[in-house]
Design a protein around this ligand. Structure first.
Ligand code: BES
Ligand code: MN
Ligand code: ZN
Length: 500
C-alpha cells in the first residue's frame, strides 16, 4: 500500500518524481491546481498547452518533463472535464477518477497531487482516487518486481479547521480496505475457498486488538443448524461451506444495528446445471459481495463509526461433484421455509437466504445484502452500474444516495408483486427461480421472503446486485483497475456513516 502524506511545503518546492496538476476548459485549456501555480510555471503552460493539444476529458493525461518553476522531475496533466459545481469546483467523481488515472500514468516513484478542491469530500475523493489508481495485484507473480510502496503526497488548500490530515487518514483506511476486497476477488479460486477466506478474516480480526469478533459456522454446524440452502449449494465441492459472522460494535450500545450479508461463492461453475466455459471465466469473482461486506465491517471498526455492524459471509463453492445438488431437490432453510431447487446455477440466493435468516434472528434495524447475483442485472444496467432493490423505499433511496456520495453508480429496480407467482412451487413452499424475464427482480423477490423476523414482520432490507461492476473485464479506467473493483465498500461506508 502507498502511504498518503499531506503536502507541507509549496508545490513548487516539492522535489519528487511526478507532480500531478489538472487541466480544464477549452480555448484556452488552462492548468489548475490546489493553489495558484508559480508565475513562470503558469506562463510556460500557457505556451505549451495549445501546442500539445492536451485533452481535458476526465482522466485524460499528458506528461511534461522539467517544467520551469517546479522542482518535480515531471508533471502529469490530468483532465478534470468541463463540469463545474455551484462552488466553482469540480464534481467529486471527476476528481476521484482524475487522481486515479494520473497516479497510474505517473509510473514509478514518488507522486504529489495538486488538484483544486473546495471541501473535505473533494479532498477525500482525490486521496481515495489516488490510492485506488495505484492498485496492482501481483500476489501470484513469481517475480512481482520492486514493491510499489510509494509515497503519495496530496496538497490541500483547506484551512486547518477542516483537519486535512484526518481527511487523508480516513481516506487511507477506506482505500486500504477497498484494496483488500479487490485482493480477495483477484485471488485465484484454487487458493481462495471457504476455509482460506475464513482464515483471512480471522487473521484480520485478530490484528484488530479486540475491535472485531469472528464466529465461524463450519459445515457440521451448518447442517446441525438447519442451513439447508448453503449446505445444498456447498455439497458438490470437496471444500465445505462456512458462514462467517464478523462484528463490530462501538462502546455506546444505543446505536443502530445494521446486518450486512454477502454472497461468497468462491467459484461458481453452475453446479450440475453447469455453465458454458465462457460464462465461467470470471466466476472466481462470485464472492465479491462477501469481500465487500468483510472490508466494510473492518473499515467501520477502524473508523470507529457510531453504528453496530455485523457481517455475514456466506461462503461456498458451487461445484458439480458426485454429491452435488440436483434440480428437483427440496431443501429446508434456516427459517424453516422449504425450497424447490430449479436450477443449481441460481445458488447465490440460496446461500444469501440462509445468511439473511440468521441475520434476522438478531433483530437488526436493517439488513443489506450484497451479491453478484444475476446476469440479468448486467443485461439491464450494463457492467458499471449496480442494481438496488428492497422492501423499504426510504432505505433503497438511502443506498442509491450513499452510492452517489461515494461516486459509485447505482440504480433502483422494482420488486413487482406480480412476478412473485413465478416462484410458486408445486411441491415446496417456494421455488428459488421464476421466469427468465425480470431475472434480477425475481431473485430479489425470493430474497425478500427472508427479510422477516420470527413473527413474519418485514425487516427493512435492501439488496445490492453488483454482478456488473464488481469485476472489470476491460482495461483500467479512472481509479478503477482491471479485475476486482471493491465496489459497494464505499457505498456501504457512506450509508453507515450517515445513519446517525
Ligand atoms: N454468479 C452468477 C451471476 C453472474 C453472472 C455474476 C454474470 C456475474 C456475472 C449467478 O450465480 C448465476 O449463475 N445466475 C444465473 C441465475 C439463473 C440461473 C436464474 C444467471 O444470471 O444466469
Ligand atoms: Mn450461479
Ligand atoms: Zn453465482
Amino acid at each position: 500500500m502507498p502511504s498518503l502524506i499531506l503536502g507541507s511545503r509549496s508545490l513548487a518546492a516539492w522535489s519528487g518524481r511526478t507532480l500531478v496538476i489538472g487541466v480544464t476548459g477549452s480555448d484556452p485549456v488552462t492548468a489548475v491546481a490546489s493553489t495558484e501555480l508559480p508565475k513562470t510555471t503558469a506562463k510556460h503552460l500557457d505556451q505549451v498547452l495549445p501546442v500539445l493539444e492536451v485533452g481535458t476529458k476526465v482522466g485524460a493525461t499528458a506528461t511534461l518533463p522539467a517544467v520551469p518553476g517546479l522542482k518535480a522531475d515531471k508533471v502529469v496533466l490530468v483532465g478534470l472535464g468541463d463540469t463545474t459545481t455551484d462552488e466553482g469546483g469540480y464534481p467529486t467523481d471527476a476528481l476521484r477518477r482524475a487522481a486515479g488515472a494520473a497516479v497510474r500514468a505517473a509510473g514509478k516513484g514518488s507522486v504529489a497531487i495538486s488538484l483544486p478542491h473546495t471541501d473535505d469530500s473533494d479532498l477525500a475523493a482525490i486521496a481515495e482516487g489516488a490510492v485506488s489508481g495505484d492498485y496492482t495485484f501481483t500476489a501470484h507473480k513469481s517475480a512481482p518486481g520492486e514493491t510499489q510502496d510509494r509515497e503519495i503526497t496530496v496538497f490541500s488548500s483547506l484551512g486547518r479547521e477542516s483537519a486535512p490530515k484526518d481527511v487523508l487518514d480516513t481516506a487511507a483506511t477506506v482505500a486500504r480496505n477497498v484494496a483488500w476486497a479487490r485482493d480477495l476477488v483477484n485471488t485465484a479460486p484454487n487458493l481462495l475457498y471457504p476455509q482460506s477466506f475464513t482464515e483471512q478474516v480471522q487473521e484480520v480480526a485478530k490484528a484488530s486488538s479486540g475491535k472485531l469478533t469472528v464466529k465461524v459456522l463450519d459445515d457440521k454446524a451448518l447442517v446441525e443448524g438447519g442451513f439447508g440452502g448453503i449446505v445444498g449449494v456447498g455439497q458438490g465441492s470437496s471444500r465445505p461451506p462456512r458462514i462467517v459472522t464478523l462484528s463490530y460494535a462501538p462502546r455506546s450500545k444505543k446505536v443502530p444495528h445494521v446486518a450486512l450479508v454477502g454472497k461468497g461463492i468462491t467459484f461458481d461453475t453452475g453446479g450440475v446445471c453447469i455453465k458454458p466455459s465462457a460464462g465461467m471465466t470470471t466466476m472466481k469473482s462470485d464472492m465479491a459481495g462477501a469481500a465487500a461486506v468483510a472490508a466494510t465491517v473492518v473499515a467501520a471498526a477502524e473508523l470507529e463509526l457510531p453504528v453496530a455492524v455485523t457481517g455475514y459471509l456466506c461462503l461456498a463453492e458451487n461445484m458439480p461433484g458426485g454429491n452435488a445438488q440436483r434440480p428437483g431437490d427440496v431443501v429446508t432453510m434456516r427459517n424453516g421455509t422449504t425450497v424447490e431447487i430449479i436450477d443449481t446455477d441460481a445458488e447465490g440466493r440460496m446461500v444469501l437466504a440462509d445468511g439473511m435468516a440468521l441475520a434476522a434472528e438478531s433483530d437488526p434495524d436493517q439488513i443489506l445484502d450484497v451479491a453478484t447475483l444475476t446476469g440479468a442485472c448486467v443485461v439491464a444496467l450494463g457492467p458499471k452500474i449496480f442494481g438496488v432493490m428492497g422492501n423499504d423505499d426510504e432505505l433503497r433511496e438511502a443506498i442509491t444516495e450513499a452510492a452517489d456520495r461515494a461516486d459509485e453508480e447505482s440504480w433502483p429496480l422494482p420488486l413487482p408483486a406480480d412476478l412473485r407467482s413465478g416462484l410458486d412451487s408445486a411441491v415446496a413452499d417456494i421455488a428459488h427461480k421464476g421466469d427468465r424475464w425480470g431475472g434480477a427482480l425475481t431473485a430479489g423477490l425470493f430474497l425478500q421472503e427472508f427479510a422477516k423476523d420470527a413473527d413474519g414482520e418485514s425487516i427493512p432490507w435492501a439488496h445490492l446486485d453488483i454482478a456488473g461492476p464488481s469485476f472489470n473485464e476491460g482495461g483500467p479506467w479512472g481509479h478503477i483497475p482491471k479485475g476486482g473493483t471493491g465496489v459497494a465498500v464505499g457505498t456501504l461506508l457512506e450509508h453507515l456513516a450517515n445513519l446517525v
